[in-house]
Design a protein around this ligand. Structure first.
Ligand code: AMP
Ligand code: GLY
Length: 421
């Protein structure tokens, strides 16, 4: 089979690596890809949001299956565009990708179908939101309704911060039309868990759990980022929590989407807060996580292409997902300054140290090739993943391996997968 992967981050590198293990695959393309991906796939210079050019390319190259990693093309309807042209594609249609594309939609769905989540209100006018803030408890959480590069969530400790937040999202439109509507939500405390799942419209099969470290600095300080590291399994995702979510969250979400006439096929990523009153859904994503994928796929034993096909064909009930007992940890090497200002174009040295190093991966997130050299090209640059018999062993292995690569302004958190916090 010929496969096209859409996207250019560490998640897509992990997907391409996993797809390359499949017996069914003869050739992989990636649009637009990055320097690391180009070692396994032919990178094509088409933007992930240029849906028509992607479909033209898939038609021209007779691609058998397209796999979409990123949220923007999914929410924009890439699956509908491909299907209308008879092209096979893995991911939710536009009317189902709204599960991630609109936070107001997902909150209303959870309320209607009794899926545990934080209490909330939706506002379309800033003056109504401001009036509501007068009598709220603090901290409180403001969320832009639409996609905002993972930055549309504001945690406001005081009323003044919340008032400024409403202005930023709704009046100044910091995230454009994503802030036309906002969700104002109860602040939850607890540890977070990321649970990715495959869905075929009816059946949901869970991948191994993960824990994401979203803040830029150690001890969960600093700004929210796309994720600075991950561990799988999530040590706080217990059997009891899993049972509760199987009963009250996962299948119920898939059934709710089907009942709404929005059959979901693809990956649902459940972002959970493990509160004292039980797990609650913080958000849904309609795609693989980044960097969750970099710890989950190295543990997965199945041929992933077979799983993609089962999701498309509605035969996921026949698939037995298997994950290694080994734990995995991913530490992100970022450009100092991320998620704000940072420099690009710094040469990366030591990448060859990962060649044939079993149980270790160096996934490229923001890199490109310039004059035969691999240079930094983003805030998150590399994801160093390692396996270990326990999360602690995987943590030590991953941190040891971060020493194998160097670039100017290399920055990482040092507390990924420490379980005492
Ligand atoms: P989201 O994009 O909705 O997952 O939000 C991004 C991050 O903001 C989450 O991973 C949490 O760390 C934090 N967050 C979102 N909603 C809440 C909430 N209701 N209470 C506390 N933290 C939250
Ligand atoms: N790491 C969180 C996400 O992919 O949204």
């Amino acid at each position: 089979m010929k496969i096209l992967v859409v996207g250019s981050g560490g998640r897509e590198h992990a997907l391409v690596w996993k797809i390359a293990q499949s017996k069914k695959v003869s050739k992989i393309y990636c649009a637009p890809g990055n320097a690391g991906i180009s070692e396994l796939a032919e990178c094509v210079d088409i933007k992930a949001t240029d849906l028509t050019s992607l479909a033209d390319f898939a038609e021209e190259k007779k691609i058998d299956l397209t796999v979409v990693g990123m949220d923007d093309p999914l929410v924009a309807g890439i699956v509908d565009v491909f299907e209308a042209r008879g092209l096979r594609v893995f991911g939710p249609r536009k009317n189902a990708a709204i599960l991630e594309g609109s936070k107001a939609f997902s909150k209303d769905l959870m309320k209607k179908y009794n899926i545990p989540t934080a209490a909330y209100e939706v506002f379309t006018k800033p003056e109504d939101a401001l009036r509501y803030l007068e009598t709220s408890d603090y901290p409180i959480v403001l969320k832009a309704d639409g996609l905002a590069l993972g930055k549309g969530v504001l945690i406001c400790k005081t009323k003044d911060e919340a008032v400024a937040g409403v202005k930023e999202l709704m009046t100044d439109k910091a995230f454009g039309s994503a802030g036309d509507k906002i969700v104002v939500e109860e602040f939850l405390t607890g540890r977070e868990a990321s649970v990715l799942s495959f869905v075929d419209g009816k059946t949901v099969k869970l991948m191994a759990s993960a824990r994401d470290y979203k803040r830029a600095k150690d001890n969960d300080e600093g700004l929210n980022t796309g994720g600075m590291g991950n561990v799988s399994p999530n040590p706080f995702y217990t059997k009891e929590i899993d049972e509760f979510c199987r009963k009250n969250v996962y299948q119920r979400t898939v059934d709710a989407m089907a009942a709404e006439g929005r059959e979901f096929k693809g990956v649902i990523f459940f972002g959970l807060m493990l509160t004292e009153k039980g797990p609650k859904v913080l958000e849904f994503n309609a795609r693989f996580g980044d960097p969750e994928t970099q710890v989950v796929l190295p543990r997965m034993e199945n041929d992933i292409v077979e799983v993609f096909e089962a999701c498309i064909d509605g035969t996921l009930d026949k698939v037995d997902l298997k994950f290694k007992e080994d734990a995995a940890v991913c530490v992100i090497l970022a450009s100092d300054g991320y998620p704000e200002k940072y420099e690009k174009g710094k040469e990366i040295r030591g990448l060859q140290n990962f060649k044939d190093k079993e149980g270790f991966w160096c996934f490229h997130a923001g890199t490109r090739l310039t004059d035969g050299k691999v240079v930094t090209n983003g805030g998150r640059v590399l994801g160093i993943t390692a396996l270990g018999k326990t999360p602690e062993e995987a943590r030590q292995n991953a941190y040891e391996a971060t020493k194998l690569v160097e670039f100017e302004n290399k920055y990482m958190r040092h507390d990924i997968a420490l379980t005492d916090r």
